[in-house]
Ligand binder design. Sequence first.
Ligand code: AMP
Length: 437
Amino acid sequence: MSADLSKFTELGLLPALLDAIADTGYTDPTPIQSQAIPLVLAGGDLLAAAQTGTGKTAGFTLPLLQRLSEIHNTRVTPGKPRCLIITPTRELAAQIADSVQTYGKHLPLKSFVVFGGVNINPQRMALRKPVDILIATPGRLLDLVGQNIVDLSKIDILVLDEADRMLDMGFIHDIKKILRLLPKKRQSLLFSATFSNDIRKLAHSLLNKPGEVSVTPRNTASELVEQTVHLVDKSRKRQLLSQLITDNNWSQVLVFTKTKHGANRLAEQLGKDGIQALAIHGNKSQAARTKALAQFKDGSLQVLVATDIAARGIDIDHLPNVVNYELPHVSEDYVHRIGRTGRAGSNGQAVSLVNIDELKLLKGIEKLIGRTIPRVDVEGFTGHTEAPGSTIVERKPRAPRKRSGNQRSENQRPGNQKSGNQRPGNQRPGNRRRKAS
Ligand code: AMP
C-alpha cells in the first residue's frame, strides 16, 4: 500500500521533526511539502516551482534537517557548514533561519544566518563556532568566504531559494562564484516562483537529474482573497482610503505605495485624518522598521504603509486587509501583494485604488490573474474626472546605479536564528525591473 502523503506522519520524517511540527500546530502538509519531502529524503536533487506562501520553507527545511542528522560522515568544524541555504534578502534569510530553528529544535544541529548591510564582525565571531547549516545572502557570503571565515568545501546540501528573485536582483555572478566553491558531489535543491530561460540554464548547470515539483500558492489570486477595484481620481485617493478604513472599521491594513516618498507622505496624511499609520521602506532605519512591523503584527498599529520591496517576505498570518494605493508596475507584484492577506486559509480582502493613468496596469494584472476584478463605486468617489496623463508626477532624474565587487547594496542585517521573526524590510540590489521603490 502506498503512503498517504497528505499526512505528515506518512512522509518518512523522524519523530523529532514530527514533534516539532506538532508544536507549530500544522495539521497537514501543504502540497509542496507532500511532494518535496520524500524526494529530498531520498537524497535526490529537486527543482521546485513554488513561491512564498506555499509552505516551501518547511518543504526543504524539514527533510534537510533529517538528512543532516542521518549523514554521519562529517564532523562539524568552525566555518565549514554542511548545508548552505542561499536566499536573496535578509528578510527571507531571517525567516528561513527561524524555520530551521523551529523545526530543528529537537535535533542537535547548529545553524547560523548571515546577511549584509551591517557590521560583519559579529558574524565573523559567531562563525568561529561549529555550524551545520548556514543561511546566507549571496553578497555577504562571498565577503565571508573572501575573508577565509567560511569554507564551502564541506557542503553536502545546497538550497537556492527564490532563484528567480536572485537573478532579478543581479546576483547571478555571485551565485556562479559560490557554485564553483562547492563540492561536485552534493545534493542540490532549487526553488523558484517562475521559470525563465535563465533559471532553466542555472538549474541545468546545478542539478543532477532533479525530481520536479510544481505547486501554485495556497491562496492564488482567485481564491480566498476578495478583490475589488475602486476607480478614483489620484487627488482623492487619500480621502477615499481614510473613508474606507474608518467606515469599515479596518483594524489591520497593509497599504502599498510605489515609492518611499509616497509611503511617507501617505502615512503622514493618514495620521492627520486621525488614523494611526507608519511607513516602512529601505530608507528607514532597521530599528524603525522592526518597531513598526512589531506594532503592526501585535495589532497596536492600525495601518502600515509599505513599498513592495520593504513588504517582501513579511509574514503575517490572518492579515485581513491589503490596499493597493497605487498599482505596481510589475503585474506579478500585485499577486505578491495580495498574497499577504488570505494566508493560512483565512479570508482576506484586497482593495485597489485605481486612477485613470493606471488602467493599463490594471489590464496587465487582470490578464495575469485570468479574471476581471470587480469595479465597485463608493458614494461620492464615482469614476474619473481627470484626463489621462494629468496626474503624472514629475520625478527627479536618478543617478545610474552601480554595483561592483564589494560595493554591495544589500541592505541587510545580521542576526541569528534566536532573535525572533520580526525582521522587516529588504532591498533588491541591482534591481532591473522596478522604476521606483
Ligand atoms: P512559506 O511558503 O514557506 O513562506 O510559508 C508560508 C506560510 O505557511 C508560513 O506562515 C508558514 O508558517 C505556513 N505553513 C507552512 N507549512 C504549513 C502547514 N503544513 N500548514 C499550515 N501552515 C503552514
